[in-house]
Design a protein around this ligand. Sequence first.
Ligand SMILES: Cc1cc2nc3c(=O)[nH]c(=O)nc-3n(C[C@H](O)[C@H](O)[C@H](O)COP(=O)(O)OP(=O)(O)OC[C@H]3O[C@@H](n4cnc5c(N)ncnc54)[C@H](O)[C@@H]3O)c2cc1C
Length: 520
Amino acid sequence: MHFRHGRCGIDERRCAGRGGEAVEAARRTRVVVVGGGTAGWMTAAALATLAPRAASVHLIESAEIGIVGVGEATLPHLRAFITRLGIDEAAFMAETHATFKLGIEFRDFGAIGDRYIHPFGTFGRPLAGVAFHHYWLRRRAAGAVRPIGDYSMGVVAAEASRFARPGPDADDLANGFGYAYQFDATRFAPFLRAHAEARGAQRSEGIVVDVERDPSTGDVAAVVLADGRRIEGDLFVDCSGFRALLIGQTMEAAWEDWSQWLPCDRAVAAPCASPPGGIEPFTRATAMTAGWRWRIPLTHRVGNGYVYSSAHLSDDEARAGLVAALEAPPLAEPRLLRFRAGRRSRSWVGNVLSVGLASGFLEPLESTSIYLAQMAITQLIEHFPDRHVTDADRDGFNATVDAEYDRIREFLILHYHATTRDDSPFWDHVRTMTIPDSLAEKMALWRETAQVSRYSHGLFLEPSWVAVYLGQGIVPTGWDPRADLPEAAGLDRALAGLHAGIANAAAAMPDHRAYLATTA
Ligand SMILES: Cc1cc2nc3c(=O)[nH]c(=O)nc-3n(C[C@H](O)[C@H](O)[C@H](O)COP(=O)(O)OP(=O)(O)OC[C@H]3O[C@@H](n4cnc5c(N)ncnc54)[C@H](O)[C@@H]3O)c2cc1C
């Protein structure tokens, strides 16, 4: 992509003869955002804050249609988004009833009775350039180690329901973790709306019923609302959710369906009251007969949902399964949501770019959807186009989005496929299905050598794969031969010291609920 902020890419005649401010306004790309869910308001808030001289923002949303309103668990990247927009973390957390999140606890995935935490952080620390898990595997073979989670600050703190923001010294093991948020999804978009409108974003309430296209280019020229209003733009960001009004219906970007590997296509969601006592600083995912169930503790309630495959379970069974599993009666009637796993073959076509559910969806097992919206927005801002978008601009954007989706897809498939469960047709299906070659190669490499395939960029780096592989019972037969070099007794002392240091640091942290009371 090219960065061309400084250049006036628009028709020079529009600038001629105007005063400075008018010229400035005329130079700005008119961005129309269709949709006011999390994706729409994240886009509008980011553009209004970070590109006010390059773009004007006009967002259209419809209360009648509403938003998805789920999406309560996030990844640590959201912190960078909030910070970059100059949002006060405490205000954001208070407004959205947010809690801190240190990772995800998976139960019953590899086998019924299993549990492990996939933390935002590392396991141990490398020695002589070799990742910790190689040494751990060597000593595990001799029966001389604790579970790998005991060498992770994020895991140990999560299990003790303790939390404090990590300090700045990255070399200190006590700071070897990241954190994200769990929040009330219905409150995030309104919070961002206030931020965006305060920075000049315009908003229209109404339903888009027609889309006008430039007959010569095929680009979208304007959208028309039910009451006849017509809103013109240079760049249209489709944040219309699963409807994919512009990218799907108008630009006809093809949909790549991934349900053969990710068969869950529905969810029922219902909140319940928080139990007395502590608030876990993690999201829980519990495998169920035909999918899995989330549990997300917020400050004022617990969010729950059962994500399932409609080919293997009826909606009524899912509702009953969810309600039966709740720790307290539901606070609302369980809501049914339908979705498909997959993505658009191109997220940006012509002058329409899609962000959020309009661009694709991978089920929420690893809380990746808001991250994907954030990643697309970051791409857009960093390479903000003038009015002459080139094929190279679009190709660069689409290639990045594709790579992110593909990597997440593989990581999610691993959670299903790496199982010994044979207690239901759903688990039989995912255990025995043919997986993408790229994932099969990664798993074979891990099994033999304990190596994790490296990415140059993207989500889920080595510690994440190690957490899920080991958590779901795929233990490699080999390890890096350099891990055999240290003398065993010395290695065992180092491992014991590492665990003791982590346990002490976690014990010194405040209780999560108490920390929330002082900080959010
Ligand atoms: C079951 C489930 C669980 C999830 N859990 C997580 C999670 O834990 N973590 C995570 O990161 N993500 C999660 N997600 C995804 C997350 O909810 C979405 O990524 C996020 O809410 C963004 O949605 P959106 O803004 O793209 O779409 P929506 O919220 O659907 O918003 C669409 C907007 O478009 C508007 N609109 C549509 N058509 C028109 C029209 N014709 N005219 C005018 N306006 C229109 C609507 O009014 C609305 O404002 C989950 C999703 C599902 C389905």
